[in-house]
Design a protein around this ligand. Structure first.
Ligand code: SF4
Length: 748
């Protein structure tokens, strides 16, 4: 991964932004990152980068010049005062004493960890072992709960394991691409380039986009279904109804490889085209055409993301889309299958190590006693607690209620990104002790920290991440950690070692025996994770860091005892001959699924509308989403002027008809209010969204988008408005829909 060109050093690593997981080559001179370019040998991007990836070196430099980095541990003696620098030893001893005291006085479940899909697999692993193994609490969840948990639940309910069965190379084999709830063009730009290439090479490929908004992704669509927000399950049921009516299902596949079809078929009987067209707000002819393309194309690939996931019926949406693939046999072949896109760079790696409240390592389930016993044996602890842990929304609610008293937040900014900010801010205020482990001192959450721990970030970190197509890539360190910043895994393992010394013993041998100051420490953690995957669906016992170094990124599963590799795993067309692909490109090609009887299961569920219906007082739907050139809460992308060239400021978009109705013109300041609070921002008319709908980008927080809760507290950002209602299965909140009112702002 390393080479020198004159004074410039080159380091192969991975882009830290989205789940495409593009390979980058970092150019550095001494301690300075001087440039970045796409890695031509990385099988995600083959040398390309989008606007965010190609400016990584500039955002890294801007963080230095703008002094936005957190560079030393800081302790705040009192809330509301400025924090003062302290040593790492003092910081971790303070944290140890506080956490130990809360655990002693109030029990294991009085502490919680809220971590991030931005963390590396090794970071995630140590956090999970700390909570579930050492402390004995399952109160550990991640911002992936806001991102991917519905996809996880959807896969498990139908296919039996949380494993996207397709890969990027499938774009080159699909005859029909069904893109649902994903603005791929903006949120996964390099995949969109690959889709454009595939369409150019195969103009016969049909592309259907389902999205309430006409996004840039619709530019390449043959058909755009602008459904009403939240009606996806009705759409999918309606498509199945038509496939059955027209004889487009595959009874042979259904009989040989699935169970539960009959009850589902009975359910969709009354999802007639007329009813579906009316509920979804689309043309019945488009519905029929979509059913035909999906079912009868030689290979159909579905791509989906937050539009399905961030929903009070997120699991139902995911699973009922997968129903269509099973009913038509559009799975387990090149170009065919359901393919969820991960939002964050390592949401997938986090799932692999069980970094969520309901999961355990290597795709084990906390609710399964045998799985708990296996993990306890792997760690050498007596048990893993059975009591369910708190998921993201539940954890902050519990903190607001005084039930969770000490919180450790790493690499995420809940004081902007969580729904229902009034509750989240109350939780952070009420907590007795809040640790924030961060690379940037600028996030809104930092203001609530009793203890700030400086973390390394892109260009400085080392470890692994897994992208949307199950591909594990190395993240490598190009420059030394600045100031007192430490790798997340190292700081957390250090804390864990200290806590282990003061808590009643849980194991006979030390639980965190990793070298804290060496790359070997991270590799040892990864090796421990690898051992836990033996015999599981994501088995990676055939891989090692030396293999990743010598042969480049690899897909799982890749078990030690099967020769699934070779130079062609069906997904290596443009790689140099020296790069070998060992893992499995596609899953379920044999029609055998990781369920007890080997059959995939149809998911039978009724359509439910969005949780918060529009009503006379709140007559508009609010949708939230991403912009092309910004990332999350802008702690990195917000430092670079050129990334504001695309969209310079936050606006609320609404249909021109709704503008006229309110006597609004472009640029007028409006107040957008939900039951939970209100924000003020400029309005913008757009025919890209339908009447009765509105859209605000998720990125802006404190500086740009101030607001108030309904009780009058000062809040900021679009999550002042959003609802904490979540999907009962995945616990993922409905960030894609809230009912709002919009009116011209009364300015003082
Ligand atoms: Fe980075 Fe995603 Fe852009 Fe690739 S597509 S360069 S991973 S932000």
């Amino acid at each position: 991964g390393l080479s020198m060109h004159g004074a410039t050093r080159e380091t192969r690593s991975t882009c830290p932004y989205c789940g495409v997981g593009c390979g980058v080559i970092i150019e550095s001179a001494g301690a300075q990152i001087t440039g970045v370019r796409g890695d031509p040998d990385h099988p995600a991007n083959f040398g390309r980068l989008c606007t965010k990836g190609s400016t990584l070196h500039l955002t890294a430099t801007a963080a230095v010049t703008m002094q936005t980095r957190l560079l030393q541990p800081m302790r705040r003696a009192e809330r509301g005062t400025a924090p003062a620098a302290i040593t790492w030893d003092a910081a971790l001893d303070t944290a140890t004493a506080k956490f130990a005291q809360v655990i002693r006085d109030h029990g294991h479940d009085a502490v919680g960890f809220y971590i991030s899909g931005q963390l590396l697999t090794e970071d995630y692993y140590v956090f999970n072992k700390l909570a579930k193994g050492l402390i004995g609490t399952n109160n550990i969840d991640t911002n992936s709960r806001l991102c991917m948990s519905s996809a996880v639940a959807g896969y498990k309910k139908t296919l039996g394991a949380d494993a996207p069965p397709a890969c990027y190379d499938d774009f080159n084999h699909a005859q029909c691409l069904f893109i649902v709830g994903s603005n791929t063009a903006w949120a996964h730009p390099i995949l969109f380039r690959r889709i454009e290439d595939a369409k150019r090479a195969n103009p016969a490929m049909k592309i259907v986009v389902v999205d309430p908004r006409r996004t840039d992704t619709c530019e390449i669509a043959d058909l755009h279904l602008a459904i009403q927000p939240g009606t996806d399950v009705m759409l999918f049921h309606g498509l199945l109804h038509l496939m059955l009516r027209e004889g487009w299902t595959r009874p042979d596949y259904i009989a040989a490889h699935t169970s539960g079809f009959d009850t589902l078929a009975a359910r969709v009987r009354d999802c007639t085209p007329e009813r579906v067209a009316q509920v979804c707000g689309i043309d019945a002819r488009d519905l029929l055409e979509t059913a035909r393309l999906f079912a009868t194309s030689a290979a159909t690939l579905s791509l989906y993301c937050q539009g399905l996931n961030q929903s009070s019926s997120g699991t139902a949406k995911n699973a009922t889309l997968i129903n269509l693939h099973l009913a038509t046999g559009q799975i387990g072949r090149p170009g065919a299958g359901p393919f969820s896109l991960t939002g964050q760079p390592n949401a997938m790696g986090g799932r692999e190590v069980g970094g969520m409240a309901n999961l355990l390592g290597a795709h084990r389930d906390l609710a399964n006693p045998a799985h708990r016993a296996e993990v306890a044996a792997l760690w050498g602890v007596a048990d893993v607690p059975a009591a369910p842990g708190k998921t993201a929304v539940e954890m902050f609610q519990a903190a607001a209620d005084g039930e969770v008293r000490a919180l450790w937040i790493a690499c995420t900014n809940p004081a902007q990104s969580m729904p229902d900010q009034a509750t989240v801010r109350r939780a952070l205020e009420r907590c007795e002790f809040v640790v924030v482990q961060e690379a940037f001192a600028t996030t809104a959450t930092c203001a609530y920290a009793d203890l700030l721990l400086p973390a390394t970030t892109w260009g400085e970190k080392l470890g692994t991440v897994t992208n949307s197509e199950r591909r594990i890539s190395r993240v490598r360190q190009a420059v030394p950690a600045p100031g007192g910043a430490r790798h997340d895994w190292s700081a957390v393992a250090d804390f864990a070692q200290r806590l282990e010394a003061v808590l009643p013993p849980r194991s006979v041998t030390p639980l965190f025996p990793y070298a804290l100051d060496a790359e070997a420490g991270a590799e040892a953690i990864w090796n421990e994770h690898r051992e836990s995957t033996r015999g599981r669906d994501l088995d990676i016992t055939g891989l090692s860091w030396p293999i990743l170094d010598a042969q480049g990124p690899q897909q799982w599963p890749c078990p030690a005892d099967t020769a699934c590799g070779g130079n062609d795993n069906g997904n290596a067309t443009a790689l140099p001959a020296v790069r070998r692909q060992f893992g499995k490109a596609r899953l379920y090609e044999d029609g055998v699924f990781p369920t007890p009887d080997g059959r995939a299961r149809f998911y039978d569920v009724a359509y439910k509308p969005v949780a918060e219906a529009r009503e006379p007082r709140y007559p508009l739907s609010l949708n939230t989403g991403r912009l092309r050139d910004q990332w999350h809460g802008m702690s990195r992308t917000g430092t670079l002027g050129r990334l504001f060239g695309h969209v310079p400021e936050p606006v609320v978009q609404m249909h021109p008809q709704d503008m006229v109705h309110r006597a609004l013109r472009d640029g007028d300041l409006v107040q957008v209010a939900s039951k939970r609070g209100a924000i003020v921002l400029p309005a913008q008319g757009s025919t890209d969204i339908g009447p009765g709908q509105s859209f605000i980008a998720m990125h802006w927080g404190e500086e740009a988008l101030s607001g108030r809760s309904s009780a009058g507290e000062r809040l900021a950002g679009v999550n002042t408005l959003s609802t904490p209602v979540f999907c009962p299965d995945s616990k993922q909140p409905e960030l894609k829909h809230a009912a709002v009112q919009i009116a011209k702002a009364e300015l003082p």
